[in-house]
Design a protein around this ligand. Structure first.
Ligand code: TRP
Length: 454
């Protein structure tokens, strides 16, 4: 599917939707979304997130898919093919850097999830909420362990890309996605029926609009939407380049957005009711450890909790791996396509570079934590990475993509690609308006406003 030797295409729409959903659904939905909601003040974050998804991200997903399918190339090559002799290829270049940056912290968290398969199935995490939190800090403070786990995730990802066992991964995704959704539903029902869950539901669903005056909240919601939908760095562009000409891009994009957003919202229905059922719970201070401290407690409330917990973290790790594969493929495809590197060499070099960049994120909570704790901003290296790439690089990539499709390449060519059947869906004129005006202006204002208020 991602082989560059011979350009394949997707067998069926469901095959594509599945693979794109496999890229989109990952830590972003189940780890990132609840963490960000917690830091962004609850329901108000959810409202801004949903608005960003519908008004900004869905139009940009269509734009990325149309550029990729029209040009049939990697991100840098696509810009060069559509508008030769311009500097637009730099947008693809930014995406490649963002890919390495995101993968560097993503693989650390995926490594935590990997370890929690073991911890939950063996029943290593028991006790009250405080014990579970201490367990998490001790675990993440164990540098050699977190580094080994990160390396395991990166090695697996690289092996899949070298060995080309993607068809196996696709089959696994097909199986995994429905099981993941069912498991999330079961957990949500259990969480909502816990004593004290009502406070969590109201935190999650009743917005405190006074938080809207904080540009950081709006920026974080926008960045989280890009991150969760794998937008702004050329992943969807690359996937679009493999998509069959007869597919209607509008319905494809719609499906991916609905699945991805649905799973993120579902994760919130687990974490907040379960979290608030624990006394003294404060989602705003939990940070990246939120799900790793709330969920083990929920599993201990379930009959067969060890089994549920193990299954949950196994599914989360698999969902993370289908995402890491899609992230690593972007810089790799570029080195092969544009610089004519061999596939194994490209994979080796990018993976090694990513691993080095991952070290400060992996060590952030350990003895070396002081070194990676950035005194000026007071946040950890991992949080800094997530903020720089998610909140700035991805929206910037999206902004440039919107300008490119809306004003440079042109919405007429894009529309012809989106709607090859000439079905003229009534929402298409709205898409033109959103991509030309709403996306660039809204993203531009949010980025500038945030940058000036830091
Ligand atoms: N969307 C994935 C998640 O939510 C992560 C991801 C995959 C990604 N590909 C990406 C994020 C490209 C940004 C850009 O876990």
């Amino acid at each position: 599917m991602m082989s560059t030797e011979k350009r394949g295409s997707w067998g069926s729409r469901s095959g594509f939707v599945l693979a794109a959903a496999g890229s989109a659904v990952g830590l972003g939905n189940i780890w990132g979304f609840p963490t960000q909601v917690g830091q962004g003040g609850g329901a108000v974050f959810v409202v801004v997130y949903l608005a960003s998804v519908v008004l900004i991200c869905l139009p940009i997903m269509l734009a990325e898919l149309s550029v990729g399918r029209a040009a049939q190339l990697d991100p840098v090559g696509s810009f060069l093919a559509l508008i030769p002799n311009s500097r637009w290829w730099l947008v693809g270049g930014l995406g490649i850097l963002a890919g390495v940056g995101i993968l560097s912290f993503y693989s650390v968290i995926a490594g935590w999830s990997l370890a929690y398969i073991w911890f939950t199935t063996t029943g290593s995490i028991t006790g009250d909420a405080d014990t579970i939190i201490t367990f998490f800090s001790n675990f993440t403070a164990n540098g050699p362990l977190t580094i080994t786990l990160t390396l395991a995730i990166l090695t697996f990802t690289a092996t899949v890309l070298i060995g080309g066992v993607q068809s196996g991964i696709e089959r696994a995704t097909k199986l995994m996605m429905p099981v993941l959704i069912i498991l999330l539903l079961v957990l949500a029902i259990r969480a909502i029926t816990l004593p004290g869950a009502a406070a969590g539901l109201s935190y999650y669903l009743r917005p405190d609009f006074s938080r809207l005056s904080d540009p950081a909240v709006i920026n974080a919601a926008l960045g989280q939407a890009f991150f969760s939908l794998s937008l702004g760095m050329g992943t969807m562009l690359t996937y679009g380049s493999y998509l069959h000409r007869k597919e209607n891009l509008l319905s494809v994009a719609g499906w991916v957005v609905v699945l991805d957003t649905g799973i993120a919202l579902l994760a919130g229905f687990i974490i907040f009711p379960a979290g608030f059922s624990i006394s003294g719970f404060d989602p705003s201070t939990s940070g990246p450890g939120l799900i790793f401290t709330v969920l083990p407690r929920l599993f201990s409330e379930l009959p067969g909790g060890q089994l549920f917990g193990g299954a949950f973290f196994a599914l989360l790790t698999m969902a993370a791996l289908t995402s890491t594969i899609s992230i690593l493929e972007v810089p790799v495809a570029h080195l092969i396509d544009t610089h004519k590197w061999s596939r194994p060499r490209a994979i080796l070099v990018i993976t090694a570079g990513t691993f080095l960049l991952a070290l400060p994120s992996a060590l952030g909570n350990g003895a070396l934590g002081v070194l990676t704790q950035l005194p000026l901003i007071g946040i950890s290296f991992l949080d800094l990475m997530a903020a720089v790439w998610n909140n700035f690089a991805l929206p910037l990539g999206g902004l440039l993509m919107a300008i490119f499709v809306g004003w440079v390449w042109g919405t007429d060519d894009a529309l012809a690609e989106i709607d090859r059947q000439n079905a003229r869906h009534p929402s298409l004129p709205i898409w033109v308006f959103l991509i030309r005006w709403v996306c660039p202006v809204a993203i531009g204002v949010i980025i500038l406003y945030t940058a000036f208020s830091i």
